[in-house]
Design a protein around this ligand. Sequence first.
Ligand code: FES
Length: 104
Amino acid sequence: IIVNIIDREGKTHELEAPTDMNMNIMEVCKSYELPVEGRCGGMAMCATCQCYLESDTELPEQSDMELDMLDEAFFVEDNSRLGCQIHVTEAIDGITLRLAPEGN
Ligand code: FES
């Protein structure tokens, strides 16, 4: 599938992501060497993978863990998501996400 990531300079990266490797968006960004730290390793415990959902892609409901983390994070907007909690599936083909500022 294709994942569009808008970096912190405003440049859009069109990334190809496999659906059969159990990856999440934080891992996809890191595999393309985009500046996403993912400090907690994808446990919804750091918010360094925060991004903003910019497409009308339907995502599964957020877990309580994700919502709790976003409650405490900086730069949170209505469309904030933790990249590590978005799984790469056919359902998100064409999704556009913008990286949140650094500082979480
Ligand atoms: Fe830490 Fe996503 S990598 S919350």
